[in-house]
Design a binder for this molecule. Structure first.
Ligand code: AMP
Length: 426
């Protein structure tokens, strides 16, 4: 199977060649032909499967072959993503893939000055990649119009719902024409996602990548049973003894990420934290350092890590297990990319036993357990799960109290408080 045989145009094939892709990934092979036919597509795929090219390539093909060239360049394709990072990465992909096309694109998200974004949109863009908050803000201010959108892409729909964007999505749907092509991507398919898909998509073709299974098969998974108070010591030992160079560590809360990051640095391991309270600049810097090797450890929360484009990660460590089992699969999926082998390690204290059981049930296997001398689990610790107030919701609630310090400058008077709070979380 080649990209050419999928029917993509020459300028797009040239861009693919420049990227060095040889064959389409499974999700690309399945999704691209249907998108080219103009059909709505509902795809089950997570980051790392090549899903971005899966919708971007045929979208660009359709925009350049179906549409007449439009002098004023209305927004003809809208890609909605849950996080700023993902928006930036999708846009970077759009730019690369459209290098040899007469296509202009841009990206907008909150937390940064809106002026440069508005200036670019005014010059005319064919493809707009956006997070919901900023998109609605600018539309409310009359600074952009979505009335000419022909292709609508909802990326990481499950994460959108997790982050409380349902109402924003519904608003956006009212701003775009009812006759359009829709592409929806989601890693998981809950009842709510199916409901959303039903309301957005028109007779969709369903395609599925199976990264979950592949990931789980090629990734070496291990659980270290350890006392809660000894986790920091153990993680530092594992990284140092193994001389691991590029490690992605997941914590449940932003506070936990900061704390762990500081401890690593004081032990001589270069580390950076990436989460919703960090400025865009700090996140970009942390990610760049991690990619170029000057930062050995990136400590992230699930939401911040979502959509990070870091290929071929050798090590992922769960400093704490996620309380949502599917998040475990997302996290460890970051090590199994492009067929490279990876190692996923979880430090599990007694109070995480229930989460571990849930994860093992989901992946259909039990994970090998190891205990390191000097870092044994506490035999007297309770196996009661961490109280809801202590898990990741805590970070959200706490942060929402700080919302005044992080108030968006643009006028979003028409949006209610809870929506603004959602924006500030990212
Ligand atoms: P995504 O799932 O869209 O986040 O893509 C994950 C990674 O795979 C990115 O670094 C892409 O550049 C890369 N990628 C996408 N498609 C292909 C392909 N057909 N062959 C090799 N790498 C690819």
């Amino acid at each position: 199977m080649s990209f050419k045989s999928l029917g993509l145009s020459e300028p797009i094939l040239k861009a693919i060649q420049k990227k060095g892709y040889e064959t389409p990934s499974p999700i690309q092979a399945k999704a691209i032909p249907s998108v080219l036919e103009g059909k709505d597509v509902l795809a089950s795929a997570q980051t790392g499967t090549g899903k971005t090219a899966g919708f971007t390539l045929p979208m660009l093909h359709n925009l350049t072959t179906n549409g007449s060239e439009q002098r004023h360049r209305p927004i003809r394709a809208l890609v909605l993503t849950p996080t700023r990072e993902l928006a930036a990465q999708v846009h970077a992909n759009v730019k690369e893939y459209s290098e040899f096309l007469n296509i202009r694109s841009t990206v907008i998200f909150g937390g940064v000055n809106q002026k440069p974004q508005v200036a670019t949109i005014k010059q005319g863009v064919d493809v707009l990649v956006a997070t919901p908050g900023r998109l609605i803000d600018l539309e409310n201010q009359g600074l952009l119009s979505l009335k000419r959108v022909e292709i609508f892409v909802l990326d990481e729909a499950d994460r959108m719902l997790d982050m409380g964007f349902l109402r924003d999505i519904e608003r956006v749907m009212k701003l775009i024409p009812s006759k359009r092509q829709n592409l929806m991507f989601s890693a998981t398919f809950s009842k709510d996602i199916k409901k959303l898909a039903y309301s957005i998509l028109n007779n969709p073709v369903q395609v599925e990548a199976t990264p979950e299974n592949t990931a789980v098969e090629v990734i070496e998974q291990k659980v270290y049973r350890v006392a809660k108070g000894k986790k920091t010591g153990l993680i530092i030992k594992l990284i140092s003894d193994g001389n691991w160079k590029q490690v992605l560590v997941f914590t449940r809360t932003k506070h936990g990420a900061n704390k762990l990051c500081k401890k690593m640095i004081s032990s001589g391991i270069t580390a950076a934290a990436i989460h919703g309270n960090k400025s865009q600049g700090a996140r970009t810097k942390a990610l760049a350092g991690f990619k170029n090797g000057s930062v050995r450890v990136l400590v992230a929360t699930d939401i911040a890590a979502r959509g990070l484009d870091i290929p071929l990660l050798p090590h992922v460590i769960n400093f704490e297990l996620p309380n949502i089992s599917e998040d475990y699969v997302h996290r460890i999926g970051r090590t199994g990319r492009a067929g490279a082998e990876g190692q996923a390690i979880s430090l599990v204290s007694a109070d995480e036993t229930t989460y571990l059981k849930g994860i093992e049930k989901l992946i259909g296997e039990s994970i090998e357990v190891e205990i390191v001398e000097g870092f044994e689990p506490d035999p007297n610790a309770s196996t009661e799960p961490i109280k809801p107030g202590q898990n990741r919701n805590q970070g959200r609630r706490k942060n929402s109290n700080n919302r005044n310090s992080n108030k968006p400058k643009n006028s979003d008077r028409n949006r209610n408080k809870s929506q603004r709070r959602n924006d500030n979380r990212r």
